[in-house]
Design a protein around this ligand. Structure first.
Ligand code: ZN
Length: 213
């Protein structure tokens, strides 16, 4: 190989590597989304929205192809698309699973695509110092889990929903932690209350109507 050829090949290699980096760099949730500050602070919510989008897409396909619900929407390993700049991998993957189930269920029941708007609403009201806390993601996740369990059990009044933050304050002294906890609780509650088991016996009238269209 002549030195000119190897310089040329080196150049091609550098261009290809740069293009690969540019393609990797463009995660719109972290760069262009109105909720980008929230996604930067919370691997859980970032994973959640990736999962929601992916789950909704799969649920929509299954609905329109008249297929039985898949094992809810269990994400395949290759779907998650984790990158190191997303933060804690385990929490991102957890968020992905929760979002995927929520999105799949919404689509399969013929409901609206609500995930993005829900997280953006959260982002509009969270104070920057709350989102910047080290335990922010932990609080969101703990609230989400508790809210999801409650949502599965029974409908809560708005006063009871607000009470989740007070209960957190009684057990945990840090108000910013409980602010985040309460928001996670609200999101989890919405998902839990909307997630009856999918399956033949569990089909709601709404889902049957949507499938008949
Ligand atoms: Zn993203």
């Amino acid at each position: 190989m002549t030195s000119r050829t190897s310089i040329f090949l080196l150049g091609v290699g550098i261009v290809c590597a740069s293009l690969a980096v540019m393609a990797q760099a463009a995660d719109p949730h972290l760069t262009a989304d109105p909720a980008k500050n929230l996604y930067r602070s919370s691997a859980f919510l970032h994973g959640y929205i990736h999962g929601y989008e992916s789950g909704f897409h799969r649920g929509d396909l299954d609905l329109h192809l008249n297929r039985e619900p898949q094992e809810a929407a269990k994400p395949q390993a290759g779907d998650v698309g984790y990158r190191s700049e997303f933060g804690d991998r385990r929490i991102f993957e957890r968020g992905f699973r929760e979002g995927s189930a929520a999105g799949y269920g919404d689509a399969w029941r013929g409901s609206a695509f609500r995930g993005v708007a829900q997280v953006r609403r959260l982002a509009e009201t969270i104070a920057p110092d709350v989102a910047a806390r080290k335990d922010f993601d932990e609080a969101i996740l703990a609230g989400y889990q508790a809210g999801w369990q409650e949502g599965r059990k029974r409908p809560l009044t708005s006063a009871e929903l607000r009470g989740s933050e007070r209960a957190c304050l009684a057990a945990h002294s840090a108000p910013p932690y409980c602010d985040a906890y309460g928001r996670g609780f609200g999101l989890g509650y919405a998902d839990g209350s909307l997630s009856p088991p999918l399956g033949k016996e569990a089909q709601t009238a709404q889902a049957r109507d949507a499938r008949a269209k």
